[in-house]
Ligand binder design. Structure first.
Ligand code: WTA
Length: 621
């Protein structure tokens, strides 16, 4: 037996053991098949199951009266809501019966465009109950973005709110849906959950109030048994090129890895209370607010609001109020609270806290230390968890309380995960200390299987750069302890406040402004957001003042994508640096905004080298 097949055997043995802890209607015929060369990975083929039986039904005997979900509203004066496993089970079944009544069957796609309320969690689980596929679109995306995702997924049903609360604002979700689906024939039904009670338009025959429609739905709904590789959900994410990609996650592999990684990484115990602050519109909210905790019979906290509303004490109040033992948040949230001073968290004992987690972007040393000292009171390990929408669950992370920590390091791969670093040519770097592009060498169960409707793009994006490897798009360094430190994206994806934004998408949005000829967007270091968006634009019409033009560009981007993609800085330039073949040299622009002029490289081969000086002179700090 050679080393690589030994490795494979060990990995298979590991996943078999893990998978055996779940509930199956029928176990698998083949544990894993396919590979990264043919891009046809499958896990647990032949197995049959329903993930909601694993999340809910199987806990009923022991945990019927245990809290499954704690809902903390945006407004601290509104009462929190609690759902036991028994109650959540009934609510999900009833919601599933409602979807069934609206014609949803196994394999159908249901879109959720909602604020963070319990109905969002119940709704996606209701889909899973029926073997339907959920696709959640973050409620901060614009109607144009929503429309793009609906055109791609062809969802028949949308579940939304009249509006959602965000700090002191109301986001008018239903009217945004109306705008998004105008003359879009694929959408047959819009279910509206009441939340903000703002006035809305209801189209007869298409739009229904959830509260009225669910009244006479039965509380009993048998789980639809699905195949291991049947899709569980589609989640759209940005890449370096083109439109957002609908990544498809399948049922069994996702369940096994997400359930297991939640338990392992966070070292969850029976009476723990887990609070993941992510929105369910992102993968973190899918995997570690919803599925991970529920698969383990844990108590999960869902927060409707934002960290600094109504005051920057809000997070710490929620921790104390609900006796949170595990807090899982993004560095950007930590940095945004850090700026209000340590005295605020210092005035809370937060003695329930045991473990802190970080996700979504590299955590800088200062934020790590602040989190450790003022939130964790120097007694809580911080798990810096590295993963992606594509990976479904955490792949590299310390194990809470067990792995020796190093600030800013995601440390070691989870069991069964084989990361490698490669150089530009794809040659594996075999020395212990190395820096390179982060790839994964061997399939793990919760890898996305495809891009909805475009398997070729899936192959191209993740498996063509380095033959036989899954390429993450991230750069990383491995140190003398074998610890990984993720250094950030090496492609044209920018991580703004932990959200992935494709430069191409923002450029396309900017270019929709009629006066803009061309644009180039790059990331720059931003104190709170980690990275900010710096847009260079050319405009051959001087009828507007730069201030007005900038304002219009921002609102164009907000309209096309959403407020999260609005450029922080806009610089109007005469021309953009280009190669002789006309390609915009973003690398040069990146160096300029990073103030790294020494490494700008040779510009003499550019088509228009003279523009570089102009751009440097006009740079906005
Ligand atoms: C980045 C979020 C450094 C990374 C779960 C990755 C991180 C992208 C970390 C995925 C971390 C995520 N340290 N960088 N602990 N976690 N990232 O798909 O660049 O929204 O490729 O998934 O976030 O973002 P996504």
């Amino acid at each position: 037996m050679n080393t690589s097949s030994m490795l494979t055997d060990e990995i298979h043995e590991y996943w078999t053991g893990v998978a055996n802890t779940f509930q199956w209607n029928k176990k698998w015929d083949s544990l894993q098949s396919g590979n990264f060369t043919d891009v046809n990975v499958e896990w647990f083929k032949g197995a049959r199951l329903n993930i909601t039986e694993n999340c809910l039904d199987r806990h009923l005997e022991k945990r019927r009266h245990k809290k499954a979900l704690i809902f903390e509203p945006n407004n601290p004066n509104e009462e929190a809501k609690f759902f036991t496993y028994g109650e959540l089970h009934l609510s999900v079944c009833r919601f599933a019966n409602l979807l069934k009544k609206k014609g949803v069957k196994k394999g159908d796609i249901v879109c959720f465009y909602m604020g963070m309320t319990p109905e969002l969690m119940m709704g996606i689980l209701a889909c899973a109950r029926l073997g339907a596929v959920h696709t959640v679109v973050f409620g901060g995306f614009s109607p144009t973005s929503l429309r793009g995702r609906l055109e791609d997924s062809k969802a028949k049903v949308i579940v939304t709110h009249d509006g959602s609360f965000r700090g002191d604002k109301i986001v008018p979700l239903k009217s945004m849906v109306d705008e998004a689906i105008e003359s879009l024939n694929s959408v047959e039904t819009v279910l509206v959950v009441k939340r903000t009670l703002n006035e809305i338009f209801m189209k007869p025959g298409r739009d229904f109030y959830y509260e009225a429609a669910i009244k006479d739905c039965e509380l009993h709904c048998p789980a639809t048994v699905v195949e291991a590789e049947d899709p569980l959900f589609i989640l759209y994410t940005s890449g370096s090129t083109g439109k957002p990609k609908g990544l498809v996650h399948t049922t069994a592999g996702y369940m096994v890895h997400v359930g297991n990684s939640f338990k392992d990484v966070f070292q969850i115990k029976e009476n723990d209370v887990f609070w993941c602050t992510a929105d369910i519109g992102w993968i973190t909210g899918h995997s570690y607010l919803t599925y991970g905790p529920l698969l383990n019979g844990s108590t999960t906290v869902m927060f409707e609001g934002i960290p600094n509303h109504p005051t920057p004490s809000r997070f710490w109040e929620v921790v104390e109020k609900h006796k949170v033992s595990h807090l899982y948040t993004a560095p950007t949230a930590i940095r945004s609270l850090e700026k209000f001073g340590a005295a605020i968290p210092d005035s809370f004992s937060m003695k329930s806290l045991k473990v802190l987690g970080s996700v979504g972007e590299p955590i800088n040393e200062e934020a790590w230390q602040w989190y450790h000292k003022h939130v964790g009171k120097e007694k809580c390990p911080i798990v810096d968890t590295w993963w992606q929408t594509e990976t479904g669950g955490i792949l590299i992370s310390p194990i809470a309380g067990l792995t020796k920590l190093k600030p800013g390091h995601a440390t070691l791969p989870l069991k069964g995960v084989v990361p490698v670093l490669v150089d530009e040519k794809g040659v594996e770097l075999t020395t212990l200390v190395a820096s390179g592009n982060l790839c994964i060498k061997y399939p793990w169960p919760s890898l996305a299987r495809t891009i909805f409707g475009d398997h070729e793009r899936f192959k191209q994006t993740y498996f063509s750069t380095y033959k036989g490897l899954y390429f993450t798009g991230d750069g990383a360094r491995r140190d003398e302890d074998g610890y990984f430190r993720i250094t950030g994206r090496v492609d044209d994806v920018i991580n703004v406040s932990g959200h992935r934004i494709g430069t191409a998408e923002v450029e396309e949005a900017i270019n929709e402004h009629p006066l803009i000829t061309e644009s180039a967007v790059v990331g720059f270091p931003h104190e709170i957001k980690g990275q900010g968006l710096y847009a260079f634009v050319t405009c051959n019409d001087e009828s507007l003042t730069p201030e007005v033009l900038e304002k219009q560009i921002r609102s164009t981007v907000e309209k096309v994508i959403g407020p999260i993609a609005k450029p922080d800085v806009i610089q109007i330039v005469h021309s953009l640096p280009k190669t002789r073949s006309g390609k915009i040299m973003r690398r040069i622009l990146r160096k300029i905004v990073e103030n790294d002029l020494a490494n700008i490289g040779d510009i003499s081969t550019l088509l228009n080298p003279e523009c570089v000086d102009d751009i440097i002179k006009g740079k906005k700090s």
